[in-house]
Structure formats: C-alpha cells, structure tokens
Design a protein around this ligand. Structure first.
Ligand code: ATP
Ligand code: MG
Length: 309
C-alpha cells in the first residue's frame, strides 16, 4: 500500500536520505530503526507531507505524493518526535479542537474524543489540563490526535521514548488494537529488540541508506543464518557418540562442548544441513533433548548493521 521509490532528501548540500526504496504492506505494523541522524524523522516528515523530497516518489494506495499531497495528508496520521501541545486546554478540548479542524460534527466529536481517550488510556484524564500531564501521557494524547481523522496510515516517530515500561506495554496493546482496526503503522525507535518483538516487518536505515527491509524472520535468516546449532543431549554419556556422528556430517566445520551434554555445532546457513545433522544423531540412537540455532542477539545486530563505515 505504501511505496517509496528512490526517496532522496538534501539539506543544503548534506545528503540526509539517499535513494530510499521500501514497501509497507496493508495493515502491517512496520518498525523503522536506525541510529541518531539516520534519516528516520526526515523520511517520516516526507511521508506526512511536511517536508518535500529532493527527488524520488511516494505512492500511498495508488496516490502519488507529489501529484496529490492533499489526498495523502487525509490518509496519514503523524505523531512527531517532539510536539507542542496547547497547554491551556483540557485533554478532551485538545482533541476536540483538532477534530473541529478536520470539520467533524459536534455529536461525532464528542463520541470520538471519548473513544480515543479510552484507546490511549487517558479516559480518567479527560478533564485534566494538558500541561498537567506527564511526558508519556502527552505522547499518548498526541497519538490520539494523530488518529482523529481516521487515517489509514499512522506514522509514529519514537512514540515510546518518554514512556516507562508499563506505558510501553500499554503502547504495544494500543498498537495491537490499531492493527485489529486494519490500520497500517510505521513506527520508529532506536530499540531494535523492542520493535522486532511486536512488528510484522522492519526497515533499518543508516546514514540515509537502506540497510535492511523485510520480515523479522528474514532479518534473522540474513544476520543469523549460519549461527551455530546448539544441541542438548538427554544424558552427558552420549556426548562422545554425538560428536563422532556430527564430525561425519557434511558441512560441519566445528564442534564445541559447552557443558555436560551440550554441544555447539558450526553448520552452513539454511535448514538442510541442520535437518541432516539432527536425523543422523537420531539414527545413531543419540537422544536429543533440544536442538536449535543460537538465538539472534538484536542488540548486537543493531550495532553491527549501523557500525560506522
Ligand atoms: N532541518 C535540517 N537542516 C539540516 N540538516 C538536517 C535538518 N534536519 C535533519 N538534518 C540532518 O539530517 C540527518 C537525518 O536527520 P533525522 O532527524 O532524519 O534523523 P533521525 O534518524 O530521525 O535521528 P534521531 O534518531 O536522532 O531522531 C541528520 O544528520 C541531521 O543532522
Ligand atoms: Mg528522529
């Protein structure tokens, strides 16, 4: 539904976004990851029609951003990373104000502000002044604001940055609800593990360039395809036999013993070699209690893929 093609943005002579092409599917919760200055906010501001690209295209549901920015604006809800809020308004008045801006009728507005405050967990702060809300609450109010015109695509620029662990968990629930409502969400963060856990797909950028875009499984395969297989045997007494069998398997390059009955076997990427090793162990009568590739360390992946060239 959303496609960027060779999206490029200069600030003066500085290239902040470098031919970024990515696709986000309908109803997808898409994580956008990169270190400080990677170009996440720049991309999101372009998608929200607040910043013009230097070159390249954005197409959302068949609508071209350059040709019809107004139509795009109607389809997109944007929550900026830093926001000014109107302090002399109560929470419900704040939402009501923006609903008016979108020309929404009075009865509808009343219903909607209630529903949105409910959705973001601020129902009990309905009559609180915006300046009396904590930072995390303000972020949630801004999220409600971004949803007021019922956009198809929601763009959230680091929505969880000011939130405590409890509020982060709530945020994940809100995002799940939005997905059930059929919304497409692009959400940025510096925290790859957190996004990987809840998103359907991820895009990683660095220095304005695409590093990776695809499913979490694809990232795992790409970064971790040839991670060693950890084999836990039912009893330590079967270790020697297991090592003997593993040595005979094609592709096995190293076998380490990590502990009693625990082996780490280096294999080529892909499932073929792992499946063969497991079948040989079982044919050899070795009782395998657990067999898996070492889990992907997402913190490490983030550091690796964004390491300065
Ligand atoms: N208005 C501007 N004028 C000049 N340079 C800018 C401007 N806005 C952003 N940049 C530069 O463009 C690059 C990308 O910035 P951007 O804000 O898109 O990064 P980001 O990925 O959102 O980073 P962060 O994680 O810190 O929010 C940075 O090097 C930044 O200094
Ligand atoms: Mg940013």
């Amino acid at each position: 539904m959303l496609e960027t093609k060779e999206l490029t943005r200069y600030y003066g002579s500085f290239l902040a976004l470098d031919h970024l092409s990515l696709t986000i599917g309908d109803g997808e919760l898409h994580g956008f990851v990169g270190p400080n200055g990677a170009g996440k906010t720049t991309t999101m501001r372009i998608l929200a029609t607040l910043l013009a690209p230097s070159s390249g295209d954005v197409v959302l549901d068949g609508v071209n951003l350059k040709k019809n920015p107004r139509r795009i604006r109607e389809m997109v809800g944007y929550m900026p990373d830093f926001f000014g809020v109107y302090d002399n308004l109560k929470a419900w008045e704040y939402l009501d104000f923006y609903a008016r801006c979108y020309g929404i009728r009075a009865e509808q507005r009343k219903k909607m502000t209630g529903q949105l405050l409910d959705l973001v967990g601020l129902a009990d702060k309905r009559d609180a002044y915006v300046n009396s809300l904590s930072r995390g609450m303000k972020q949630r109010l801004c999220m409600a604001h971004a949803l007021i015109h019922d956009p198809k695509l929601l763009i959230l620029d680091e929505p969880a940055s000011g939130m405590d662990p409890r509020a982060r968990a709530d945020m994940k629930n809100i995002l799940r609800t939005l997905r059930e409502m059929g919304k497409t969400v692009l959400i940025s963060s510096h925290i790859l593990p957190e996004l990987a856990e809840m998103c359907d797909a991820l895009t990683i950028i660095d220095h304005g360039k695409l590093v990776f875009s695809g499913s979490v499984e694809a990232l795992n395969e790409k970064m971790n395809g040839d991670a060693p297989v950890e084999v836990r045997l039912l009893s330590d007494g079967e270790t020697d036999e297991a090592v003997r069998i593993a040595r005979q398997c094609p592709g096995v390059t190293a076998i380490g013993q990590e502990g009693p009955g625990l082996l780490r076997v280096k294999l080529p990427a892909g499932e073929e070699a792992a499946a063969y090793l497991l079948s040989m162990l079982m044919q050899g009568g070795v009782r395998v209690a657990d067999f898996h590739r070492a889990p992907l360390n997402l913190e490490k992946v983030f550091m690796e893929v964004t390491a300065d060239a």
